[in-house]
Design a protein around this ligand. Structure first.
Ligand SMILES: Nc1ncnc2c1ncn2[C@@H]1O[C@H](COP(=O)(O)OP(=O)(O)OP(=O)(O)O)[C@@H](O)[C@H]1O
Length: 376
C-alpha cells in the first residue's frame, strides 16, 4: 500500500501545488489521479518515487517512510511511464526495453531475450525490435514505454498521462491492453490523466483533484459519477455523467428470441421480424450468424431477392455485434448503433442469445434505478 499522510508541496516560488493530501493507494489495483490542469496530479505522482520531495507530511510504501529509502533503491521498485514515452532516441526498441535490466547487472543477451518477450506482452510486433523510436507510430512508442517500465518487474508503476498524445482509437486499444496487463500482472498502478472518461474506464478508485492541490473526492468511479462529493466534482465529471454511470449498472436484460439466417443459406420468403415493438423499417432486417450461431451482421431483406444465398458482402455491421458485458450503457449503445434497432446479446461462447431494442433497455434502466438512482 502507498500512503500519503498530510502531504503538501509548496514550490520555492510559493506555489501551493499539493495541500494536505491524505490517501491510501491499494496494492495490486489501478488508482487514477484525475483533475484539471495544474491541480497537482503530476507533483503528487512524482513524490511517490522522490523525483519531487514533499514540503510537509509523510509518504510511505508498505509502512516504510520513503524519505528513509535511497532514491535510486526506491526507484528500482517503481516503473515510470510518461507522455510521448520518453524513449532513448539513439537506442533500438529492444535496447530501450533492455536498458534498466542491464543497468541492474543482467547480461545484455539475457536482458534482450526478456525484452523481446515483453514486446509480445504489450502487443508489439517483434519485427519492430530493431527500429529506433522515431520510426514508430505514437501508439507503438507508448507500448515500448510501457514495456520498458515493466522490464525491471517493479511492483509499482507510475503512469503520467501516458496515452494523451495518441489518437482516440489507439488510445482505447492502449487502455484495453493496460487493463489486460494489469489483470495478468497485478501491479500497483498510479495513473494520472485529466480525462474523466479514461479515469472511469481504468480506475479501481479515482482521486479527483481540485485546483490548488485539494483532494475533492476519492472513491470508486461509479460513486464519483453517481454521488459527486461537491459542485466542483459534479461540474468536472460533466453533464452526461448519468449516461456514463450506466457503465456500472447491470441488469437482467429481457432479450427477445431473434430469427436468424446462417451465412450461405438462401434468403427465405417473408424473412425479417414482425414482432411487437419493432417498426416495419427495422423488421426488414434479419440477423445473419455463422455455423456456431455467432452474429456476423444484418441483412436488409428488401435489398436482396428471395432465394439469394447470403454472403458476407450483403451484410451491414452494426455496433451491436459486440459481446455485451452486461452494462446497460453497452446494451443501449448496441441497440442505437444497430441498423435493425436491435442490440444483439451473446453468451460466453459468442453465440446469439437474443436481441433487445433501445426502448427495452430504457425500461431496464428505469427498473434498475430504484432507491440508489443516478441523479442528473
Ligand atoms: N517546479 C515548479 N516550480 C513552481 N511551480 C510548479 C513547478 N512544477 C509545477 N508547478 C506548479 O504546481 C501546480 C501543480 O502542477 P502539476 O504539474 O503537479 O499539476 P498537474 O495537475 O499535473 O497539471 P497538468 O495536468 O497540466 O500536468 C501548478 O500550478 C504548476 O504550475
Amino acid at each position: 500500500m502507498i500512503s500519503f499522510e498530510s502531504v503538501s508541496k509548496i514550490y520555492p516560488d510559493g506555489t501551493h501545488a499539493v495541500e494536505e493530501l491524505s490517501l491510501e493507494i491499494a496494492t495490486g489495483r489501478i488508482t487514477v489521479f484525475v483533475g484539471p490542469s495544474g491541480c497537482g496530479k503530476t507533483t503528487s505522482l512524482r513524490m511517490i518515487n522522490r523525483m519531487i520531495e514533499p514540503t510537509h507530511g509523510v509518504l510511505s510504501i508498505d509502512g516504510r517512510d520513503i524519505s528513509t529509502v535511497d532514491a535510486p533503491v526506491l526507484r528500482r521498485g517503481i516503473g515510470y511511464v510518461i507522455q510521448n514515452a520518453g524513449l532513448f532516441p539513439h537506442r533500438t526498441v529492444l535496447d530501450n526495453v533492455a536498458t534498466v535490466p542491464v543497468l541492474q547487472g543482467r547480461s545484455r543477451r539475457e536482458a534482450r531475450l526478456a525484452a523481446a518477450e515483453l514486446l509480445d506482452r504489450v502487443g508489439l510486433d517483434r519485427n519492430l525490435a530493431k527500429r529506433y523510436p522515431a520510426q514508430l507510430s505514437g501508439g507503438q512508442q507508448q507500448r515500448v514505454g510501457v514495456a520498458r517500465a515493466l522490464a525491471a518487474d517493479p511492483p509499482v508503476m507510475l503512469m503520467d498521462e501516458p496515452f494523451s498524445a495518441v489518437d482516440p482509437v489507439v488510445r482505447n486499444q492502449l487502455q484495453d491492453e493496460l487493463i489486460r496487463l494489469q489483470a495478468d500482472l497485478g501491479k500497483t498502478i498510479v495513473f494520472v490523466t485529466h480525462d474523466i472518461d479514461e479515469a472511469v474506464k481504468l480506475g479501481d478508485r479515482i482521486a479527483v483533484f481540485a485546483v490548488g492541490g485539494r483532494l475533492a473526492q476519492y472513491a470508486e468511479p461509479a460513486e464519483v459519477l453517481s454521488r459527486p462529493a461537491d459542485d466542483f466534482v459534479a461540474d468536472f465529471v460533466g453533464r452526461d455523467r448519468g449516461y456514463r454511470a450506466l457503465s456500472f449498472v447491470t441488469g437482467d436484460l429481457p432479450v427477445r428470441p431473434e430469427q436468424t439466417l446462417t451465412l450461405g443459406a438462401p434468403v427465405p420468403r417473408g424473412a425479417g421480424s414482425a414482432a411487437e415493438g419493432i417498426s416495419a423499417d427495422h423488421g426488414r432486417w434479419i440477423l445473419v450468424v455463422d455455423d456456431d450461431r455467432r452474429p456476423r451482421g444484418w441483412l436488409d431483406c428488401a435489398a436482396v431477392p428471395v432465394g439469394h444465398p447470403v454472403g458476407v458482402d450483403d451484410l451491414v455491421l452494426g455496433g451491436s455485434l459486440a459481446a455485451p458485458d452486461g452494462s446497460l450503457r453497452r446494451a443501449l449503445d448496441a441497440a442505437l448503433s444497430s441498423p435493425s434497432g436491435r442490440g444483439v446479446a451473446v453468451d460466453a461462447d459468442g453465440a446469439v442469445v437474443g436481441t433487445i431494442t433501445a426502448a427495452e433497455v430504457l425500461t431496464a434502466i428505469e427498473q434498475s434505478r430504484g432507491p440508489d438512482k443516478v441523479t442528473t
